[in-house]
Design a protein around this ligand. Structure first.
Ligand code: BGC
Length: 750
């Protein structure tokens, strides 16, 4: 991804794979890696091979695993973060084990190591792959300084259910956006070359379908048919594989009855045979043994067998390989060739990472929380925060606002602001909003702090009156609400997505004061905040913004930065609308949006008097905010959409352009989006699909012609014959500010 001037341009997965960093396969370096792998493999006993396939997390410290490492029984460790301990372990591996194979040190470095960036869902809201890549680079530099050379990210599960706590870790609902962001993360983690000491191997997870857990309950089963896997769930993974993502992780779910860790269709037929992937496949935490609970294997031994035979290379923590593979090979239930193939994939990665040349970490590095890292993190927050509402130009705060009441449980919540999947970021380094406001704007504005609630789930309403009284003394109210970090992430699903505790009461009480009410939401997912949005004059959705949330949001509130984030996922009005996503199919009876809703239905209305369309009587059809939505302090005009031809050839590229004008009062950046609809197919097609986006910066009054080049190949999909083809016919095309608005035209492929 390259930035040219102030415009960041992206179209097409094809472009994605062309710009992605690829493994240097076929190069001299790779040939020599292969030679070294074969040479080493030739010296290994079966036990030593199985040892490489074993990954453990030494809860009891390095002594716990020293003997196993000496015996060559461990290939990788998770969660060792003390560089001195890393070096001690490597010394044992290199000097005291028979073959001297270094251990691969791993960790969940998901959205930062020490400097915490916005949660991945927040990063996706930037629609800026460059800032996302930069964030992953910062994380890699900081983590590798502690000896970590492998992270379990990016998480690129398509997530269309905000009840699922892990939506926080995802890039949202869209295959294209998730592919672009996933590739950006891979590039950032892995850098220009894996064997740079600051590079860490990335891991595309969770392969596959985990985000489609029934009812949004974590770990639940999924029912995704093959065509939908291919059209929706595979694309980010295929893009990551093609971008040279060093590893893949299997997912916990069973899809259509088959747990991913035992699924040779996805791990062999698709990943290896169709995508020619030569990286390494690890299971998720204990997911081999969990195939027993799934009812897919009767015992550990069968689980080990089904895992390896399905195409798993390394097992995370369940230890079934080390206990059973030798017997399974002797009984000819697992072939030694399968073991060799797995070990090849593992050793290849260790060679690519340069671990054999330099297994040790330089303990003399001072890179954590570097000023450049903090500056990047701040920039990422500025671009990720979404302005959902701004009635009467409430924001940015002008000079007329001299006193602001800061209320709510998230205004000064150093821990919670970091979000889920933070093991290494420290509260002491988190810059929260309240002190940032005082420090950065305290010379002009008086801030009265009255949190009212101690934490997001706090139900005690006793102090709401104090917040109301603070509001009465102020020119404006800033309510910081949302979710504690523990409320999203793994195993943290929710059935109710309203604000927790007494936060809604707090907002309602503040709204009644009649003072301008600005609500800032920090959360791990879209929440059902229709009522709070109505009650507020302005709403900024910040997700969990990480270390630099405070200063970034302060600058957004005062107009030093202008919001440009866009929703990476549809915001439902009510939980009952879920799943609700923009790229749905039309049904035979699409909603007209003229439907009579529940409060207007006459008594004893006739059975068919409401019309027979696909909608909810209480929620209607539309969500609270569509995918791709987000306002700015300025406004943008879209005009003059034109296509170079309305009959592009099937193997050509469609040139699209339109004029974008900054029609408002501020300089600003707009994320312009390109959507296409294949009107008729051999199978039904989504009403719209994102095919490109760009961040375009315009000065006040400035006008630019914006162009997209769309390779027609990008319109291919898996059709009725399970072939990936572009089917001729008519297409609609939109450019616009979100998935629900924009200029429209059409074209035909003959
Ligand atoms: C999660 C993975 C994670 C692994 C290691 C599992 O519970 O599902 O995403 O990488 O733990 O911590």
């Amino acid at each position: 991804m390259k930035t040219s001037g102030s415009t960041i341009f992206y179209t097409g997965l094809l472009a994605l794979s062309l710009t992605a960093c690829s493994q240097p396969s076929g190069s001299g370096k790779e040939a020599s890696v292969d030679r070294q792998v074969e040479e080493l493999l030739g010296k290994m006993t079966l036990q030593e091979k199985i040892g490489q396939m074993n990954q453990l997390s030494p809860f009891g410290g390095p002594e716990e695993v020293a003997e196993q490492i000496r015996k060559g029984e461990i290939g990788s460790l998770l969660n060792v973060t003390d560089p001195d301990v890393v070096n001690r372990i490597q010394k044992i591996a290199v000097e005291e084990s028979r073959l001297g194979i270094p251990v691969l040190m791993s960790r969940d470095v998901i959205h930062g190591y020490k400097t915490i960036f916005p949660i991945p869902l927040g990063q996706a809201a930037t629609f800026n792959p460059q800032i996302v890549e930069d964030g992953a680079r910062v994380a890699a530099i900081e983590a590798s300084a502690d000896g970590i050379r492998w992270t379990f990210a990016p998480m690129i599960d398509i997530s269309r259910d905000p009840r699922w706590g892990r939506i926080a870790e995802s890039c949202g609902e869209d295959p294209y956006l998730s592919a672009v962001m996933g590739v950006a993360m891979v590039k950032g983690f892995q850098g220009d070359s894996l064997n740079d000491p600051t590079s860490i191997a990335a891991c595309a997870k969770h392969f596959v379908g985990y985000g489609a857990a029934e009812g949004g309950r974590d770990y639940n089963s999924t029912s995704i048919p093959e065509r939908q896997l291919r059209n929706v769930y595979f694309p980010p993974f295929e893009a990551a594989a093609k971008a040279g993502c060093a590893t893949f992780m299997t997912s916990f779910n069973d899809n259509d009855g088959v747990p991913s860790t035992g699924n040779s269709f996805i791990l062999k037929d698709v990943l290896r045979d169709e995508w020619n992937y030569d990286g390494m496949v690890v299971t998720d935490w204990a997911s081999t043994a969990e195939m027993i609970s799934h009812g897919f294997c009767k015992d550990e031994k069968e689980a080990a067998m089904k895992s390896v035979n399905a195409g798993v290379d390394m097992e995370m923590v369940s230890g079934t390989f080390i206990r059973h593979l030798e017997a399974l090979v002797k009984e000819k239930k697992v072939s030694e060739a399968a073991i060799d193939e797995a070990v090849r994939n593992i050793l290849r990665l260790k060679f690519r990472l340069g671990l054999f040349d330099n297994p040790y970490v330089n303990t003399d590095q001072d890179v954590k929380y570097a000023p450049t890292h903090l500056a990047k993190a701040k920039e990422a927050v500025e671009q990720s925060v979404i302005l959902l509402k701004n009635d009467g130009e409430t924001l940015p705060f002008t000079d007329k606002i001299r006193t602001i009441a800061v209320v709510g449980p998230l205004a000064d919540a150093a821990h919670d602001q970091m979000g889920t999947w933070v093991f290494d970021g420290e509260k002491a380094h988190t810059q929260t909003l309240l002190p940032a406001l005082k420090e950065m704007y305290g010379d002009k504005v008086t801030f009265i702090y009255e949190p009212a609630l101690g934490y997001s789930r706090d139900k005690n309403t006793a102090n709401i009156s104090k917040a109301v009284s603070a509001a009465m003394r102020a020119d404006a109210v800033l309510a910081c609400v949302g979710e504690e970090s523990i409320l999203s992430g793994e195993a943290h699903s929710l059935a109710d997505l309203h604000l927790q505790g007494a936060q809604s009461e707090l907002i309602a009480a503040l709204a009644k004061t009649g003072k301008p009410l600005v609500t800032v939401v920090m959360a791990g997912r879209p929440l059902t905040i229709e009522q709070e949005v109505k009650q507020s004059d302005a709403v900024l959705y910040a997700f969990h913004p990480g270390t630099m949330g405070g200063p970034a949001i302060a600058d957004l509130l005062f107009g030093k930065a202008v919001p440009s984030g866009k929703t990476p996922v549809t915001f439902p009005k009510m939980v009952g609308q879920i799943p609700v996503y923009y790229a749905h199919t039309n049904t035979g009876r699409p909603a007209s949006r003229q439907e009579t809703l529940i409060d207007d239905i006459p008594l004893e209305a006739g059975q068919t008097s409401l019309g027979c369309t696909s909608f909810y009587m209480d929620a209607g059809f539309d969500p609270l905010f569509p995918f791709g939505y987000g306002l700015s302090y300025t406004t943008f005009g879209y005009d003059n959409l034109r296509l170079a031809t309305d009959k592009p050839s099937a193997n050509g590229t469609l040139e699209i352009s339109f004029d974008l004008t900054n029609t408002g009062k501020y300089d600003g950046t707009e994320v312009v989006q390109l959507y296409v609809q294949d009107k008729t197919g051999s199978v039904t097609r989504p009403v719209k699909e994102l095919k490109g986006f760009q961040r375009v910066s315009l000065k006040q009054g400035e006008k630019k012609t914006v162009s997209f080049s769309l390779p027609i190949e990008e319109l291919a999909f898996w059709n009725i014959d399970m072939q990936r083809v572009v089917e001729p016919g008519e297409f609609n095309l939109w450019v616009g500010p979100n998935s629900a608005e924009g200029l429209q035209t059409s074209f035909t492929i003959e």
